[in-house]
Ligand binder design. Structure first.
Ligand code: 1CP
Length: 348
């Protein structure tokens, strides 16, 4: 546990302890909405930036300096541990991750070897530099959830509904389990490196899990995500679990073992609080597209998210998915100030 950040508003809210205001950070707060990010990244490939400790550190700090958010999130990508474990992958500008040789048969699994901590030494160094710089501001480590990583590995790149992935899951359960088991180990290894280097919390982004039914999620994904959260239990760090379009899955996502369940914008937080079993904090859930509307609309919608957040045992303000690249960063700064100005239920 990082003792410097234990009393921060973000960590307290993750633990469902009283806070003066809801903590706020934004998924994808580091990235293309910031001119200082675009300047630093000019001419540098995404995965090269993700392997450079100085760049990781600077990009992670940019939104903390600019917006005064209550947590930093490590600048990296969900495919970083896959590349480190031997997968041929690049991130194409404007597209996303593209895999050289998609996994479609048992023989393809051989490309996925175990992750050795030395494979991601740059992340260890960046986290140590960051925690020294951040002082009392918590650093969130993260990894992709096993379903979402499997989506990229099987499809070979971004996809709308992940049809091939679901087909393989239904039609080749042994191959599916073998793949998910390796991905769970790689993800656990990647998060262990971050936990040991000093992150204050971790988030598992199983962004695309919402394409599954509850039954299929329970059978084919939950055992692997549960394994990851259970392995991280020894560090005593708050664990956050997030996916998009997971309204029907909120209860079962909570069962995987995280302390905080992330909610996208489709389900109001009072309804999400009813769906998730007791004992969890909620994180979310302003529609990122609201940030493209005039300020008066942003303010009204954000106040509504905060109001509904009070029905949860604890609430961390965030967007329902990542910041859109066209977002005016000044709106994010203003939104951060607004969230900080609204007293939390416990003190109001
Ligand atoms: O050149 C660029 O700027 C590339 C854009 C970019 C960035 C800034 C990508 C490519 N990844 C990232 C960083 C990143 N990725 C972060 C940074 C930390 C922060 O939040 O500030 C995080 C948390 C991620 C995680 C990630 N990558 C997810 C899960 C979160 C989510 O948004 O659902 C996913 C699905 C990816 C894959 C990915 N990487 C990049 C893109 C454009 C995509 C999505 C592609 C698709 O639509 O399938």
């Amino acid at each position: 546990m990082n003792t410097q950040t234990a009393d921060s508003v973000f960590i307290r809210a993750c633990r469902r302890l009283p806070v003066s205001h809801a903590p706020v950070w934004y998924m994808r707060q580091a990235g293309r909405s910031l001119p200082e990010y675009r300047a630093l990244r000019a001419g540098v490939a995404m995965l090269d930036a993700c392997a450079n400790p100085e760049m990781i550190t600077e990009i992670t700090l940019q939104p903390v300096r600019r917006h005064g958010v209550d947590a930093a999130i490590l600048f990296s990508d969900i495919v970083v541990p896959l590349r480190a474990a031997g997968v041929g992958v690049e991130i194409r500008p404007g597209v996303g991750p593209v895999i050289d040789r998609p996994i479609r048969a048992a023989a393809d699994l051989a490309v996925l070897r175990d992750l050795d901590p030395g494979d991601v030494g740059f992340v260890d160094r960046a986290v140590r530099m960051l925690t020294a710089e951040l002082g009392g501001v918590p650093l969130i480590g993260f990894a992709g959830g096993p379903f979402t990583l499997a989506c990229y590995l099987i499809e070979g790149g971004p996809s709308k509904n992940f049809d091939r992935t679901r087909a393989l899951m239904y039609g080749a359960p042994e191959l599916w389990d073998g793949l998910m088991s390796r991905l769970a180990d790689i993800t656990t290894g990647f998060l262990r490196v971050q936990a040991e280097a000093g992150v204050s919390a971790v988030q598992l982004f199983d962004s695309w899990a919402g394409v599954l039914s509850v039954e299929d999620y329970r059978r084919s994904v939950l055992p692997f995500s549960s394994r990851i959260f259970a392995a991280l239990g020894e560090y005593g760090l708050p664990r956050i679990h997030f996916g998009v379009g997971t309204g029907e899955l909120l209860r079962v996502l909570g069962e995987a073992g995280a302390d905080v369940v992330g909610v996208d914008w489709r389900v109001p937080l009072d309804e999400a609080a009813r769906r998730v079993a007791p004992g969890k904090a909620l994180q979310g859930n302003l529609d990122p597209a609201v940030l493209l509307a005039p300020w008066a609309v942003i303010e009204e919608r954000a106040r509504e998210v905060l109001r509904l957040g009070r029905t949860a045992e604890s609430h961390i303000f965030n967007l329902g998915h990542g910041v859109l690249p066209d977002t005016d960063p000044d709106m994010l700064t203003r939104l951060t100030e607004l969230v900080h100005s609204v007293p939390a239920r416990s003190l109001s």
